[in-house]
Design a protein around this ligand. Structure first.
Ligand code: R5P
Length: 291
């Protein structure tokens, strides 16, 4: 078995390969002057069992295209099996037609990944079950909750807060591993304007530190609203983290101004906020399903 990681996942891919004790093959990537991407796999041969690792961080459409190109290259080499690890599956929030006339983007992504020859896929912390329902190939979800807990364990006591009711199971699971309490914020989003409304659901005040934990942080709007509520509720320190740190536009500034004093994310998307790796969970899942 061999592993090839695309440009945004080079470091995560190398860690996963090391844990699995499999050989890595290089990926040559460049952009033509007009913007088109070029990909070449260096070193794969006919009959290889290959795992591709490629996150769909920004620029999402381009990184999706690069994975399609990596898969096409692998098929051209004559690999005997082709699996993909997608650390961050972009477009997964568009898993429904919320308003008439919208595209079902999550379905489009799944169809394209299958069409290019990938036969098994691993997704880390998918946004929703719906976004995975569009895959007809085996699709394995990787939970990085233990990686997150291990990182937070070293930081002292806290209350884990879900910034949205949908994230209660994650916050509860994380809190249990930390032997901490958990709470939640009730959030609603205007589908047309994207503006967020929030109010405290239930947050026990059993620590001076509140850690907001979401699957992803994009504009930071969700965290900002939640942080304002937690400050009013009397928490002295507010930290915010996620698995997938998109951190678009002025997210850092907005969160800092709202009183967030520490921001963290995993390496499904590498950034200056990456503080822990999901490599161990990915390697365990790949080992269980493929080796
Ligand atoms: C939404 O359902 C997600 O779980 C996140 O809460 C959301 O995508 C975060 O986005 P933003 O940082 O732009 O509020």
């Amino acid at each position: 078995m061999k592993l090839a990681a695309g440009p945004p996942s080079a470091s995560l891919g190398a860690s996963v390969a090391q844990k699995l004790r499999v050989e890595t093959i290089g990926v040559t990537y460049k952009r033509f002057p007009d913007g088109e991407t070029y990909v070449r796999l260096e070193g794969g041969t006919k009959g290889d069992e290959l795992i591709l690792v490629q996150s769909f961080c920004s620029p999402q459409a381009e990184n999706l295209m690069v994975l399609l190109q990596m898969a096409s290259a692998a098929v051209g080499l004559g690999v005997s099996s082709l699996a993909a690890v997608v650390p961050y599956l972009a477009y997964s929030r568009q898993d429904k037609r919320f308003l008439p006339g919208e595209a079902l983007s999550a379905e489009l992504v799944a169809r394209n990944l299958e069409a290019c020859g990938i036969t098994k896929i691993f997704i880390i912390e998918p946004h929703s079950e719906e976004s995975l329902s569009f895959f007809s190939i085996p699709c394995y979800t990787v939970s990085p909750v233990e990686d997150t807990a291990e990182f937070l364990r070293s930081r002292g006591d806290c209350v884990v807060v879900a910034p949205d009711e949908k994230r209660i199971p994650d916050a509860k699971n994380l809190a249990a591993r930390l032997s901490a309490d958990f709470g939640w914020i009730q959030k609603s989003r205007d589908r047309s304007t994207g503006s967020v409304k929030a109010e405290i659901g239930n947050v026990p005040k059993t620590s001076r530190v509140a850690v907001l934990f979401d699957d992803m942080i994009s504009s930071g709007g969700t965290v900002v609203k939640a942080a304002e509520l937690l400050r009013s509720a009397g928490f002295e320190r507010i930290e915010a983290g996620c698995v997938h740190g998109l951190f678009a536009h002025e997210a850092e500034q907005r969160m800092t101004e709202a009183g967030v004093s520490f921001i963290f994310a995993s390496d499904t998307i590498e950034s200056k906020f990456t503080r822990y790796s999901v490599a161990r969970s990915v390697a365990e899942s790949v080992k269980k399903e493929l080796l």
